[in-house]
Ligand binder design. Structure first.
Ligand code: BGC
Length: 456
């Protein structure tokens, strides 16, 4: 966030809200780092543990599997123990997983360690946006919740740099182990973070909610906010069946739909396989491919900062629609670039630019907005479970893309593979146009009321 805007957010949201959002968003840094680090580390693990192809696939996808498990169980945990308590447990898991994988004596240990890290990622990936959305004032909620996505992109970039810096010494253990540092900072930071006031109201702990709100709202805002939350709670039943009721079914479809589209438009083929894509595009040298990969990481971070600035001004829908359009066009052009068997160096660089443009468009649209929307569109009583469900769909779709990308390239060829992702982008564009509501500036309770009055 630029300092001028940070100051503005502090003024309206209170400096404390910005600080506690920043601390919680460190969970995103671990999400990004731990998913990104494997691409470099696995090259050395493969040699040190003499991995077969199958074993290598297991080591690489263990995190995604763990994340699905984490998302499946995390919703209930966040309801039962509170958002903050769950984040504290997750910070423990991240620390344990980092140390465990760094010390792994064999493949089984490493696989289990990566599943533990995955479980932490799966829970953290939605609990952090959930917590931030529940403490944020409506007018800056987009920016504060998306701090988590910004941290994800920074985590990915740092993991690329760590892999690069440590590859000379074949330091895969340190690559994994370094994650213990932000995990411990998260753990300590969370001790200074209050529980979500909305969770307190839900537990009938009104006075404690009041105490928290007195630190993050102006005095005159506290009672109206509590009574809004309470009156919205009286309308909610809270069981799974509510999510399938005719009022809320659209919210269910939007959450799961965006989860799947975020992955099926192919972002992680670039995040996980960028060097391979660049070599296929014709970048001959290893170092040029690595440089271009670092470029991808940087573009992702910078455009996410831009998204943070625009989300609460332009709204979620325009960013989604324009961003998706850009993704579709750049994937289409990338496919055309791939049609030539032996690309010239100039064509290779055009392909690199297409990949960068694609990542840039993702970073201002589907990247932050999926996580933001699922933190906004569900009623309090089922929010964490519904988010868990959408998150599980996201990690499941992620796993599927990771496991099928290389086979698709072989089966369909390069142009068709990328056109397939572009085609999914077109369907997603229509989905957004027809179904996804604008949530900019509304309180969580207003969003919920709009579903009930079918005003979305
Ligand atoms: C997605 C991840 C992706 C990352 C890239 C996140 O929103 O969920 O799968 O790797 O963005 O920035």
């Amino acid at each position: 966030m630029s300092s001028a805007n940070l100051a503005a957010a502090q003024k309206s949201a209170g400096g404390f809200v910005v600080k506690i959002s920043g601390i919680s968003a460190l969970a995103g840094l671990l999400f990004g780092y731990d998913t990104g680090v494997i691409s470099g580390a696995v090259l050395f693990v493969r040699e040190d543990f003499s991995l077969s192809d199958r074993q290598e696939e297991i080591v690489v996808s263990a995190v995604l599997l763990g994340a699905m498990i984490g998302a499946a169980i995390g919703g209930r945990l966040a309801d039962r123990f509170g958002r903050r308590s769950v984040l504290i447990q997750v910070a423990f898991l991240f620390t344990l997983g980092a140390i465990g994988t760094a010390l792994a004596p064999d493949t089984t240990w490493l696989g289990i360690g990566r599943i533990v890290v995955g479980i932490a990622i799966g829970i953290a990936s939605f609990t952090a946006p959930l917590y931030i959305s529940e403490i944020s004032p409506a007018d800056v909620r987009g920016k504060l919740v998306s701090l988590n996505q910004l941290m994800i992109t920074i985590g990915i970039l740092v993991s690329y740099l760590a892999d690069y810096a440590l590859s000379g010494s074949r330091g895969w253990r340190l690559m994994f182990g370094l994650a213990a540092i932000p995990a411990l900072i998260l753990l300590v930071g969370l001790l200074f973070v209050p529980e979500s006031p909305r969770w307190f109201v839900r537990q009938n702990l009104r006075d404690r909610a009041r105490q928290v709100l007195s630190r993050i709202r102006r005095p005159e805002e506290i009672e109206p906010e509590i009574s809004d939350i309470e009156s919205s709670l009286t309308q909610q039943e809270g069981g799974w069946h509510e999510l399938f009721s005719s009022n809320l079914r659209p919210a269910l479809i939007i959450g799961i739909g965006l989860a799947i589209f975020q992955q099926f438009t192919g972002i992680n083929t670039v995040i996980y396989y960028a060097p391979t894509i660049f070599q296929l595009a014709g970048l001959q040298s290893h170092s040029a491919a690595i440089l271009a990969t670092a470029g991808v990481g940087l573009v992702n971070v910078i455009l996410t900062v831009v998204a943070l600035e625009l989300l609460d001004r332009l709204g979620r829908r325009p960013l989604l629609l324009y961003g998706l359009l850009g993704m579709i066009v750049s994937l289409g052009l990338l496919g055309i670039g791939f049609m030539k068997e032996n690309p010239t160096p100039a064509l290779a660089w055009v392909s690199v630019i297409c990949v960068m443009a694609y990542v840039a468009c993702f970073a201002i649209s589907l990247g932050p907005i999926f996580w933001l929307m699922i933190a906004e569109i569900y009623p309090l009583k089922i929010r964490s479970r519904a988010m868990g469900l959408a998150t599980m769909a996201n990690w499941g779709a992620n796993l599927l893309v990771a496991l099928t990308f290389l086979s698709l390239l072989r089966l369909l060829g390069r142009p068709l593979t990328f056109w397939l992702y572009a085609f999914v982008g077109v369907i997603c564009w229509i989905f957004v146009l027809r179904l996804v509501p604008e949530t900019k500036g509304k309180t969580l309770e207003q969003i919920e009321a709009a579903w009930r009055s079918r005003d979305m």
